[in-house]
Design a protein around this ligand. Structure first.
Ligand SMILES: Cc1ncc(COP(=O)(O)O)c(C=O)c1O
Length: 394
């Protein structure tokens, strides 16, 4: 027999990229709980608790709220494949890589699609969306709330109301916003939203929280054709996560333990306090990065606190620098995607990782990497600027 691979002992890492972020230690502990059967009454109780906490975190009363057993992209696909029938008119607004993914999926669903584009790093103006809604009258409008490829935030607080003036369903990608910045589905009249487990909720990747408004459920029930995905067909999954609890697929028990604990942690802290914590740590990180001469790719009016995308200084090697950060400091940050590949670094301070020790560590490590790449900067300037923010912001 060939030699067995060694025992699993990866070097420790601090995950400060676009995700996954580090799981909270309490989440990892919950994941060591022995398995239950997926139809065990005890597990059904845990499912109900998870759904109820998820509603709270999504700020909704939507009965159809549960985690899809797959990553964020499956949440995106579930929303679109359930709400779009071939030939349905749809609009997708894209301002980065994940908006483009939504375009691709909507096309595969057979939508008659209009794509609205904003420059990378920008967000959409509501007036522009209003004009498109008036001209196109779509059944569905899809948009990304927190565009992880650019670090830009889309204000969606008035968008649901606007969509409803035109009888359009609003689908929002909350993969990078949930658990980090405000997401208020009912107040904002969002019809379908999805997220992930590995960012603001501080769990491993593997679940995609999803929520459908009663309006979206009506649209689902009014379909003339079967949903074109078996696994993501909400008309059947809803019988497992809904009242009947009849078998659909074997739930990933351990991941449900994880998200249940992740949601408990979010609600223990409180949503307002959590959002404020993300802003405070972002301010410190931003002050530090700017003190080292780095500039943000997202326009100032729409910068996300949890995902800080900055331009790589001229002459600095992207891959070599990130390798040094990883090997010498054990810190992972993200490179650019799509148009930003090789030009941008993405620093995520999400969920459990939105804390001063992470901010100060990444600033100190980046300084060392930049200095060794020949960038001229004042030693200690980044950390000092961040400390100043912490000293003044309560
Ligand atoms: C905004 C956004 N949408 C969708 C996704 C896809 O999620 P996943 O990689 O969990 O499938 C990501 C992943 O980072 C994302 O940032």
């Amino acid at each position: 027999m060939p030699t067995l691979p060694g025992q699993l002992t990866p070097a420790p890492r601090l995950l400060l990229g676009p995700g996954p972020s580090d799981a909270h230690p309490r989440v990892l502990a919950a994941m060591t709980t022995p398995l239950l059967g997926h139809l065990d009454p005890q597990f059904l109780e845990l499912m109900a608790e998870t759904q109820s906490m998820l509603r709270e975190v999504f700020q909704t009363k939507n009965p159809l709220t549960f985690p899809i057993s797959a990553t964020g992209t499956a949440g995106m696909e579930a929303c679109l494949v359930n709400l779009i029938e071939p030939g349905d008119v749809a609009v997708v607004c894209t301002m980065g890589y994940f908006g483009n993914r939504m375009v691709d999926i909507a096309n595969r669903c057979g939508a008659q699609l209009t794509v609205l584009e904003a420059p990378w790093g920008e967000s959409f103006d509501l007036q522009r969306i209003r004009e498109t809604l008036r001209a196109v009258r779509p059944k569905v409008l899809g948009i990304v709330h927190a565009e992880t490829s650019t670090g830009a935030q889309q204000d969606i607080s008035q968008l649901g109301r606007l969509c409803h003036e035109f009888n359009t369903l609003l689908v929002t990608d909350c993969v990078t916003s949930l658990g980090c910045t405000p997401v208020k589905l009912d107040e904002w009249e969002v019809d379908a939203a999805f997220s992930c487990s590995q960012k603001g909720l501080s769990c491993p990747p593997g679940l995609a929280p999803l929520s459908f408004s009663p309006r979206a459920v009506d649209a689902l029930k009014a379909r003339k054709t079967k949903v074109r995905s078996w696994y993501l067909d909400l008309t059947s999954i809803m019988n497992y996560w809904g009242g009947e609890r009849s078998y659909h697929h074997t739930a990933p028990i351990t991941m449900v333990y994880a998200i249940r604990e992740g949601l408990r942690i979010v609600l223990e802290e409180g949503l307002e306090a959590r959002w404020a914590r993300h802003v405070r740590n972002h301010r410190a990180l931003k002050a530090g990065l700017e003190a080292m001469g780095l500039t943000y790719t997202a326009a100032p009016h729409c910068q996300l606190p949890q995902l800080n995308a900055v331009r790589i200084p001229d002459g600095v090697d992207d891959v070599a620098s990130r390798k040094k950060l990883l090997q010498e400091f054990g810190i992972e940050i993200g490179g650019g995607l799509g148009d930003f590949k090789g030009k941008v670094w993405r620093i995520g301070i999400m969920g459990h990782n939105s804390r001063p020790s992470c901010v100060l560590q990444v600033l100190a490590a980046l300084e060392s990497v930049l200095l060794s790449a020949g960038v001229k900067l004042t030693a200690g300037a980044g950390v000092a600027a961040a400390e100043e923010v912490y000293a003044t912001a309560a």
